[in-house]
Design a protein around this ligand. Structure first.
Ligand SMILES: NC(=O)N[C@H]1NC(=O)NC1=O
Ligand SMILES: [Zn+2]
Ligand SMILES: [Zn+2]
Length: 443
């Protein structure tokens, strides 16, 4: 009889379309058996009793900035991946910017993938960048396995990662379409944001609210409409990252309805924090697009319930505390939220418990859809022959998030002090336990 590497017994297995009681058997990094209603009798090197616990496909965070190589004083693949493991995340897609060099050619991609192979305790994948200087590198990047390409329509805040002009968008999207890849876009209007920021600051208006008003929802809408036009002109598959409002989602929905291949992400911070939090927490909660008002938060949850959002990702964009200190000018200081460890906590507490969002839907948005959209054909599901990437959680356990619970390089987050219901107990990557008893493994 077969001897498994691991059997997880008596758990409540959650997938995008069902919740059932059962056992899961794992061998050679894969799920080999899922038995509903009847225990798996085989032997195994290790057993986990998941009685009273829920087992989810490990989350796939399609949007993190881990800043390695080159800016590891902000984060890094070791600390970043350990914090993901603590949050039930088993795969991440690292963005091409905030590392130095940025992932805009094959050599730079190799630097990053070598570092990840050495340091990450969860599965790494990489976005390539689209910048005005690298149209000729896109093919190489694609052939070397990038998930897709990422461009900024407004300044990225990073000097070696330029935002795209319309000509680059057009040429880049044509090339990406011909490669059969896709473009992910940070969509804010440079003109609108720059003009408003200048106006505000020249009038001495530099509060958190002024910052938010300088990056209005219409700026996202304008950029999204424009990039959709280019998608229509070039046939390029498009993914809009971090939509902060349902009004933005609506524009994408209209394009979907016209038959365009376009998808949309939103992030936990747009689902749990507001401008009021930004005023209270200061730069810790600063990001772009900025946090919105409470009605926008509720509208986004409605959009999720209505199937209008494809993916939830963290946009973990960390920085040292020194870059997050509050000055009297809110326009200064790093825009980016440290949040990758808390995605599931927010979806459970704010979604499942507070707004009756089904667990199946959370799995769909954080694992099944990301796997489907980005071609990870063996991930995002708990089924035979799928990769054994799992998160085991206790829905009955509550905790208040403390700085010392975070495994980031810099132990801060706007979510510190929040009380979450639902706690990650064990995270498994390729059949191997990478987080248990409150500790991620060391590589
Ligand atoms: N460069 C970078 O990480 N920017 C991110 N930060 C943020 O708040 N929005 C972003 O796009
Ligand atoms: Zn962005
Ligand atoms: Zn980002």
């Amino acid at each position: 009889m077969v001897n498994y590497d691991l059997i997880i017994k008596n758990g409540t297995i959650v997938t995008a379309d069902s919740i059932v009681q059962g056992d899961i058997a794992i061998k050679e990094m894969k799920i080999k058996e899922v038995s509903i209603g009847k225990p798996i009798e085989a032997t195994a090197d290790k057993e986990i009793d998941a009685k009273g616990l829920h087992i989810l496909p490990g989350l796939i965070d399609t949007h993190v900035h881990f800043n390695e190589p080159g800016r590891t004083e902000w984060e890094g693949l070791e600390t970043g991946s350990r914090s993901l493991a603590a949050g039930g995340v088993t795969t991440f897609f690292d963005m091409p910017l905030n590392s130095t060099p940025p992932t805009i050619n094959k050599i730079n991609l190799e630097l990053k993938s070598t570092a990840a192979a050495e340091k990450s305790i969860v599965n790494p994948r990489f976005w390539g960048g689209l910048v005005p200087e690298n149209i000729d590198d896109l093919k190489d990047l694609h052939e070397n396995g990038v998930i897709g390409f990422k461009a900024f329509m407004s300044p990225s805040g990073i000097v070696d990662f330029n935002n795209v002009d319309d000509e680059t968008i057009y040429k880049g999207m044509k090339e990406i379409a011909s490669l059969g890849s896709l473009l992910a876009v940070h969509a804010e209007s440079t003109v609108i944001c720059d003009q408003l920021a200048k106006e505000k600051q020249s009038q001495g208006k530099t509060t958190a609210r002024d910052f938010v008003e300088s990056r209005p929802i219409i700026s996202e809408i304008e950029a999204v409409r424009r990039i959709i036009s280019y998608a229509e002109a070039t046939g390029c598959k498009l993914h809009i990252v971090h939509a902060s409002s349902r009004k933005v989602v609506q524009v994408i929905n209209d394009a979907k309805q016209r038959g365009l291949d376009v998808t949309v992400e939103t992030c936990p911070h747009y689902l749990s924090l507001t401008v009021k939090d930004l005023e209270e927490k200061g730069a810790m909660a600063k990001c772009a697009p900025p946090l919105r008002d409470a009605e926008e938060v509720e509208d986004l949850w409605a959009a999720i319930a209505n199937g209008e959002i494809n993916v939830i990702a963290s946009d973990h964009s960390p920085a040292p505390a020194s870059m997050k200190t509050i000055t009297d000018n809110f326009f200064e200081g790093w825009g980016g939220i440290s949040g990758a460890q808390s995605t599931l906590n927010i979806m459970l507490t704010e979604g499942y418990f507070k707004r009756n969002l089904p667990l199946e839907k959370i799995v769909e948005l954080t694992a099944t859809n990301p796997a489907k959209l980005f071609g990870l054909s063996t991930k995002g599901k708990i089924a035979v022959d799928y990769d054994a990437d799992l998160a085991i959680i206790n829905l009955n356990e509550s905790f208040e998030l403390k700085n010392e619970d975070l495994f980031y390089r810099h132990q801060h987050s706007p979510y510190v002090g929040m009380t979450f219901k639902g706690k990650v107990k064990t995270t498994i990557v390729g059949g191997k336990v990478v987080f248990e008893n409150g500790q991620p493994m060391k590589k």
